[in-house]
Each structure stands twice: as structure tokens, then as C-alpha cells.
Design a protein around this ligand. Sequence first.
Ligand code: ADP
Length: 605
Amino acid sequence: MNEVKKPRRSMLYYYGVIILVMVLFNFVLLPIVAQRQIQEVDYGTFMDMTEDGDIGKVEVQEEENQIVFTNKEEDTVYKTGMMPDPDLTQRLHDSGAEFSGEIMKAESPVQSFLLSWILPLIIFYALGQYLMKKFMQKAGGNNAMSFGMGKSNAKVYVKSSQGIRFADVAGEDEAKESLTEIVDYLHNPGKYQEIGASMPKGILLVGPPGTGKTMLAKAVAGEANVPFFSISGSEFVEMFVGMGASKVRDLFKQAKEKAPCIVFIDEIDAIGKKRDGQIGGNDEREQTLNQLLTEMDGFEGNNGVIILAATNRPESLDPALTRPGRFDRRVPVELPDLKGREEILRVHAKKIKVAEDVDFEKIARMASGASGAELANIINEAALRAVRDGRAFANQADLEESIEVVIAGYQKKNAILTDKEKWTVSYHEIGHALVAARQTHSAPVQKITIIPRTSGALGYTMQVEEGNHYLLTQKELEDKIATYTGGRAAEEIVFGSRSTGAFNDIEQATKLARAMITRYGMSEEFDMVAMETVNNQYLGGDTSMVCSAETQTEIDRHVVELVKKQHEKAATILLENREKLDELAHYLYEKETITGEEFMAILNQ
Ligand code: ADP
């Protein structure tokens, strides 16, 4: 990052000091110094010295009504007031004094002004500059320090967009298409101005974290070859009131100077939250937001400054921010689909050494639901694993293992399960896998393992969809719930007891069942009525209830019914396949990790 501009600090403080020192200099110091130089004596002393012939030089300054003279040695200057004294000249002449006009050659007004006012000013200005430089070096961008100077310290960075181009952002074709227009505009604004079209001033990139929003913004700057200003929304909101607004002003001032350019505001929700007018609201944030709105209104559409902003909470943004004329274009940057995941994996795999036979499509299928950032992480984990094992490049196994690391954490090599526990886990996992395999609408089993992971999972069954899956039918959802309950069902059938191992399954099953009823309209009773709304679709998808307490009770009853039914279904499937259940569980117990193919082979024998 190259810092373009150091914060400009107020000179007021320094000017104050300079003026104060100058006043002291002129009104206190100078007279003292002057006094030491010229002794004022009475006329009598002057007459005595004349009589004693103790006068060296003498000058009569009629305008100032004074006589300035020196002693014989000419090392002291005296002055005295003038008196009517007609033969003074003669007496001085007799005493041998030298008439001179140069003892106290009066300075010209210009000279004295220069000396007493301008010179100190220059000295102190130079001193001030020097001190300020030192001070700023010491403060080194410390916000609290610079605030002490009462200044805006907007730190605005321009990055060369690090050469990122659209080609580096894999997948996200729709987003790239929307942004290509911006690039074209920055290349050739005339084309748009001719027809009278103006570019949107602001473009909002919305999507879950790690999907490449920042990367896309950089790529726009990279493609258009324009400067890229980047600041995070949270940087505006600081400890001190009024800083945010002045930072916004600074940012826009710089951007306008550098136009055409891209201004990228990350996490815009930090300042752009809805102003709800609650008492005790965040004044600072609102001021910052207001300033942002004002600035956006203030510049014309065609001045070449394009503002890109990213957020993963678009629903929380103030409507004033998203209205036409401000951030009026919204570009969704969603989680990548199968093809997108494969492309992202390939882009990142270029940065490391990988074996030639790596099946990226399979890895992409296994990493369903992963974001771009997670995929980049998976590739890196694979490279790290290869290094750990002393290999020169990463292979398929490294990649598969690193997916599991990202999903479930590292293998816990020294976790010791009792034999009973190991059997329980084996049956539990086979329970899931068997129920999944015996249902028509479940994704195929990819892998089953009972090696404990650092996430706390004692084992897991990985199912991988064949291709992209955008819609889920009611039957598929029910089968999913049944699969979740399969683990516990197996424990109940085989051991006649329940363990805590199923807690995660219980959570997932309940969540799905609830969503089916409250959001997907998949129950007879509530039909297509929404009972729940999603609060933030990109961040975990928390929901809040929008129904009466009575209805909630009803919903709870239905959720229990739904899960119970699937649990029973799972138990029936397992009872029907009891022999296979035992056989597979023994096999897993021995092997600890088995592949989907091994599993299917035994099942289909
Ligand atoms: P966001 O701003 O959406 O949170 P970033 O743009 O910061 O996400 O992405 C974080 C990292 O994830 C990037 O540095 C990049 O390595 C990787 N990444 C995310 N999406 C993609 C993509 N579509 N193509 C390639 N890499 C990606």
C-alpha cells in the first residue's frame, strides 16, 4: 500500500505560538536589549561630560527631540532629551566631540519591519515545520495523537490494484458482466456522454463473506487501469466525534483530484446502517453517513469517480443510501456453483505445484457450499500437507484431506476412544450412510470416517451431490432429515441406548424441519404463509418469528411430528438392513476410513 497523502494537520496551533513569541520578542525582549545598549542620562550629565571633554561622537536628533552621544572610548552609547541650549554646538566643538550622524542611524521603517516582524516569522515558520515533521514521524499515523491536533486524519490509501484482473477472479460471471460496463465507461467516457447516459455513481457488491467482492473491485480498477482508493466502513467510525465526516470529505476530495478512479468502501454497513431515530442512536455514524450522502449528491455522474461498496448485510442499509442516484446498482456476488468452484480451485492451484492427475471437479463437488476464500484456503492446506509429508507437489489425497480439515478440523491423532465408543461411532456413521443409500433422494456417500477431528466430531459421513443443486423438493428435504436421524436410530437399534454423539444431527434436523414448515410452505396446516423471516441471508441466516404465540406452539408440534416421522422411517430402513448394518459397521471399525465405493460394494453384494 502506498500512502498517497499524509494527513494535513492544522497550522493554527503553530501560528498561535509564532505570534505569541513575536509579540514577546518585540515588546519585551527588544526593549530590554535596546535598553542595555543605550543608557539614558539627564541633561546635566551630558553637560558635565561635555565640559570634561568626555564625549566621543554626538548626534542631535531633532525629530526625536533627543541627543545621542558616546563617551570618549566610544564603548557606551547615551542619550538625553534636548533642552534650549543655543551655544551647545560651540561647546561640543570646543570639547573635541565629533559630530556624527551614524551613532544611532535610524533604521528605515521597511528595514525595521523586516527585522522585527518578518524575520522572526520566517524563523518560527521554519522551526514549526521542522518540529511538525518530527512530531508526525513520531506519531506515525497514530489516530489518537493526530486527533489531539484537532485535525482530520483521513487516511486514504491508493493501491496499485496489484495487477488483479477479471481473469484472476474465477466464476462470478454475472458480477463480472455487470462490472465490465464500468470498465468500458472508464476507458471511454465520451461514448456514454455523447448519448447522455450517466454511469451509476455507486455500485453495491453484496454477498456472503469471502466470495471475492474486494477482488472484483480491484479487478475493475485493474482492468480500467485507474487508481484504486480503498477504505473500510469501520475506519470511518472512530473514537472521536466528527472524524468520520471529515474523512469522507477528504476521501472524496482526493478521489476527485485523481479521477477517473475507483473508490472502494468495504463493509459499508458499518456506516450505512438504517437510521432508526432511536434516542441515543449513534450520532457519529449518522453524521458520517450524512456526509457520504452529501458527497455523493455533490458530484456529477460523469466525473469519472466510481464508488464501489461491499457488504454482506444489504438488508440493514439505509434506504437513502440505496436510492437511485447513490448506490443504485446492486451486483450480487454469490457463493460459487460447481463450475465456479472448479474454476476457483484451478486459479489458486496455479500458485502451487499440484500433481497432474488431480481431479478438480471431484474436489469442487466435495467442497459444496464453500466460498472462494475457503477454496483458496483448501488449496493452501493441501500444499502445506504436501510439505509436511515431504512431497514436492500436492496430490488428490492432499486436496481431499484439506477439504475435511476445512470442514471438520484436523485429525486428532492421539484422541483415545474406548472400544465401546469406537463401536458406537462406527454404527452411528454407518447408520447415516445406510439410510442415505437406501433412499432415492439422497446424495451419494463419498466417504465415511471414524477418525476424531479437532472440531469435536468423532466421525462423519460425507455425502457429495452429483452436480449443481439449486432446488430441493419436499421429498429430498424429508430424506435429509431421515439421514440425520439415521445415526441415532442405529445406536438405538444396536445398543438400545442413546449417546450425545447425535447433538449436531439433532440441531440440523430440527433446523431443516422448522424451515420446511415456517419458510418453505411445506405443511398442510400453514400452507404458503411465512412464519419466519430471514434476518441476514449472507451471514448465517438467522431468523425471527413473525407469528402469534399460539401459532408458534402449533409449529413446534409440527416440527416434532415431522422429525419423529423421519426418525421412525430411518429406524425401519436400518431394521430392514440389519445384516448390512453389522457388516458395514465392522468393516468401518477395522478400517476407520472407507470410501463411498467400498461402502456401496459391500452394500450391493
Ligand atoms: P470478500 O471481499 O467478498 O469478503 P475477498 O475478495 O476479500 O472476499 O476474497 C478473499 C480471498 O478469497 C481472495 O483473496 C481470493 O484469494 C479468494 N477468492 C474469493 N473469491 C474468489 C474468486 N471468485 N476467484 C478467485 N479467488 C477468490
